[in-house]
Design a protein around this ligand. Structure first.
Ligand SMILES: NC(=O)c1ccc[n+]([C@@H]2O[C@H](COP(=O)([O-])OP(=O)(O)OC[C@H]3O[C@@H](n4cnc5c(N)ncnc54)[C@H](OP(=O)(O)O)[C@@H]3O)[C@@H](O)[C@H]2O)c1
Length: 296
């Protein structure tokens, strides 16, 4: 049994990780800011309150920390740069330093947006070059982990999706809009490695438990465009594909630039983990079952 601290424990990924850890019998401190977590022992941890971050880690003394809390709104990071830097880089530095003090293993969940997306299927050691401020602050978070944590793993993921009580991930957005008969435009020229959250959660827990150190890409095993994924969602749920319009990234009114192909090479995870990265087929098959059960 391990003592875990999970930050961002009510978020899309954190919710699943916390639930899975509690289910396997670990002691889990569930860090949150606004939304109270349903699982684990809730501990208030505001990324903007350095003192509170230090205090919580000192008091709870976890043996492993999975750091998920972040400012994940890519457009907001572009307009509120100071806030994004404080949340994604400065807070990560504080938590990493404190983790080193108590010798906790530190897992930092990072993003495919640290790459520029000119060429996809990036391997762990390839050159980073973020095109937006969100990616820049997450990269600074990575650098803080390398400099200040004692034993660490940086796990980059891409387009996480799954069911969540309040967060609408991409396939949920697609399905809901078609069911409500809204036509949606989906980009044909943006590629990622969509990651089914329950699969990601098991990979993250394995990394934290086996204390696998260094960089690792924990993402789905398929490089796919948003549009093709939307079509797969419609197909698997027997929904009318004519509600899906094709758009290009240049048509989108985004504030922040996005990488065009931020797909990740996951061969390292596939070769060393027992929990293998799912293909988009495998992930969506399970997602669809969950979606149908919850929509009844
Ligand atoms: N979503 C993606 O597309 C994506 C892709 C690649 C990597 N990632 C990375 O994966 C991690 C988790 O992402 P996610 O999709 O699960 O994010 P999410 O659903 O947006 O959740 C973000 C979490 O951060 C917490 N948070 C926000 N402001 C906070 C603050 N001031 N203090 C403490 N906690 C705060 C939120 O808690 P409250 O709700 O309580 O405020 C929430 O639990 C992030 O580090 C992200 O960078 C995400």
């Amino acid at each position: 049994m391990t003592r875990f601290l999970v930050t961002g424990s009510a978020g899309l990924i954190g919710y699943q990780v916390t639930k899975d850890l509690v289910q396997q019998g670990d002691t889990v401190y569930a860090g949150y800011n606004k939304a109270e977590p349903n699982n684990g022992i809730p501990v208030k941890m505001d990324l903007l309150n350095q003192e509170q971050l230090n205090e919580v880690i000192e008091k709870t003394k976890p043996s492993a920390i999975i750091h998920l809390a972040a400012q994940t709104n890519v457009d907001l990071c572009e307009t509120q740069k100071e806030l994004a830097l404080k949340m994604n880089a400065d807070a990560t530095k504080t938590i990493a330093k404190q983790a080193a003090k108590i010798k906790a293993f530190f897992v930092y969940v990072s993003t495919d947006y640290v790459f520029d997306g000119i060429k996809g299927l990036k391997k762990e050691e390839e050159k980073t070059n973020p095109v937006d401020y969100y990616g820049e602050t997450k990269l600074q978070g990575e650098n803080a982990v390398r400099s200040f944590a004692s034993a660490w793993c940086i796990a980059r993921t891409s387009t996480p999706y799954g069911m969540h009580k309040s967060k609408t991930s991409f396939p949920v957005w697609v399905a809901k809009n078609i069911l409500e008969k809204n036509k949606i435009n989906v980009v044909v020229d943006q590629f990622t490695s969509p990651t089914y959250v329950p699969n990601l959660s098991r990979m993250l827990i394995e990394v934290a438990t086996r204390q696998i150190t260094g960089l690792i890409h924990l993402a789905g095993a398929t490089r796919i465009s948003r549009y093709d994924m939307a079509k797969m969602v419609a197909d698997k749920l027997n929904l009318d594909e004519s509600f899906l319009g094709a758009a290009h990234m240049s048509d989108m009114k985004w504030t922040a630039k996005r990488p065009m192909d931020s797909s990740l090479d996951v061969s390292k995870a596939a070769s060393i983990l027992n929990e293998k990265p799912y293909t988009v087929e495998e992930g969506l098959d399970q997602f669809v079952k969950e979606f149908e059960v919850r929509s009844k």
